[in-house]
Design a protein around this ligand. Structure first.
Ligand SMILES: Nc1ncnc2c1ncn2[C@@H]1O[C@H](COP(=O)(O)OP(=O)(O)O)[C@@H](O)[C@H]1O
Ligand SMILES: [Mg+2]
Length: 432
């Protein structure tokens, strides 16, 4: 009984101990699970905090999880969401940098203003156009920045009426700058102003207008004298046959000059329209120069001008033969025209660093220093009457300049009044 009761007592003790140790184990296990779950939630919390601060780099990673409970699903979702946001943000930042590049590198000026016409944003092209620094301009109004009332009024109207508008303006700072300005509303914050520089287009337009009036002037003079001479022949030709003969000769030379003008104009027009293509080939320079001046030898002989070529036989150029022929003809024709009888003309050539430099030197009348920068302009002549008398068109040197530059070369002139001139141009040598 005792034994039994003792036995019973130990059983109870054992049972009690077992019970106690089981519940302890459960408690430990439960608290372990709770601890882990808390840790995982804390982990999510930390990651969310870093996302909230804009850092999407950390990823949720679960140590010891089974990978299939709700928290894991949440982590998976969190990672996926972060990935999607990261992709959207990358895309946005790529788009932003594209827009920034357009804004920075555009030739046109862009200005963004607020409702009060105050400048919020301005690109380098606009700063260049209004000749200002960004630091001085941000926050200023359009009128303060550009000093242009028309532009300021346009921007105010665009903001007020919420409709786009455009106009042409001239900026007063420094060299005159002409702009085409377009302004469009940006709802609800202000307006965008786009400025396109048309100064160069206006300059070219003015040159074209000048050119047309020059051409008509050039044509009017010979046409008027042809008319007068033809009338004289009609009135007095029968009774004064020698007058008919003399004026008929004059008419012929005027018509020749008109033909020369029209040929030169055609050449210039083709060159400037880009229709004259340069066809480079290798040829012996001396031979082409000799052919080019052949037609001018009688003219030089008439004036007892000594015409000599001092070009080494071995110089071979890689250039457009027709163009070189035309350049030499024009320069030597001028040299013969503007050199007094018994003078001399020498054509020389040297080769260095892949270029051949060709000079036409004369002992002629020379060119005044102040005219030198202008003689390559169309129709520019130092002495109009003299040029006209000798059949000049005033276009020869502009053609020369174009033809040389089209081949990558340069043309240059040195001259001393009363002593003579040296015209030098370069063309590519045969590649070694
Ligand atoms: N070798 C030269 N010596 C003096 N003046 C020159 C010479 N070459 C050109 N010029 C000046 O440059 C002007 C322009 O030359 P160019 O265009 O060939 O026209 P053109 O010979 O028809 O007058 C000439 O009118 C002349 O005043
Ligand atoms: Mg000429």
């Amino acid at each position: 009984m005792y034994i039994l009761s003792r036995n019973k007592g130990s059983e109870t003790l054992l049972l009690l101990t077992l019970c106690l140790s089981n519940s302890f184990l459960v408690a430990v296990l439960v608290s372990l699970v709770v601890y882990k779950t808390t840790q995982r939630i804390k982990n999510i919390n930390t990651i969310l905090r870093s996302y909230a601060m804009g850092n999407l780099a950390p990823k949720a990673r679960w140590v010891g999880s089974t990978g299939d409970d709700d928290i894991d699903e949440l982590a998976e979702l969190l990672n996926h969401t972060a990935e999607v946001i990261r992709q959207i943000m990358d895309e946005l930042s790529r788009e932003k940098s594209k827009l920034q590049t357009i804004f920075d590198k555009a030739d046109d000026g862009f200005i963004v203003v607020d409702k009060e016409s105050q400048i919020n944003l301005i690109n380098p092209a606009a700063l260049h156009l209004i000749k200002a620094e960004a630091s001085q301009i941000i926050g200023k109004t359009i009128i303060e920045a550009t000093l242009n009332h028309d532009l300021s009024k346009l921007v105010e109207r665009v903001i007020k009426t919420n409709t786009a508008g455009s106009l042409q303006i001239e900026l007063p700072k420094g060299e005159p700058t002409f702009l085409n300005v377009y302004a469009a509303p940006i709802e609800p914050t202000g307006a965008l102003v786009v400025m396109h520089d048309i100064t160069e287009a206006k300059r070219i337009d003015a040159i074209r207008r000048d050119f047309v009036s020059n051409v008509s002037h050039e044509l009017r003079t010979p046409l008027a004298s042809i008319r007068v001479m033809a009338e004289t022949i009609a009135l007095r030709g029968k009774t004064h046959p020698h007058v008919s003969e003399e004026f008929a000769q004059k008419i012929i030379s005027e018509v020749d000059r008109l033909t020369a003008i029209s040929n030169d104009l055609l050449d210039l027009a083709q060159i400037e329209a880009g229709r004259r293509n340069i066809r480079s080939e290798e040829f012996v320079l001396k031979e082409t120069v000799e052919t080019a001046i052949a037609g001018l030898v009688p003219k030089a002989e008439q004036k007892a001008i000594e015409l000599s070529i001092r070009i080494p036989d071995h110089i071979v150029v890689n250039a457009d033969k027709g163009a070189v022929h035309q350049i030499i003809t024009n320069l030597v024709d001028n040299a013969v025209k503007y050199t007094r009888p018994s003078g001399s003309i020498t054509i020389t050539a040297t080769e260095s660093n892949g270029w051949v430099s060709i000079s036409v030197a004369d002992t002629g009348i020379g060119i005044p220093q102040e005219d030198i920068p202008r003689i390559f302009e169309r129709f520019y002549r130092v002495d109009k009457a003299r040029s006209r008398e000798s059949g000049g068109t005033g276009l020869g040197l502009s053609i020369v300049k174009h033809l040389v530059e089209m081949q990558g070369g340069k043309v240059n002139v040195e001259s001393q009044l009363g002593k003579g001139s040296v015209f030098t141009f370069t063309i590519p040598a045969k590649s070694s």
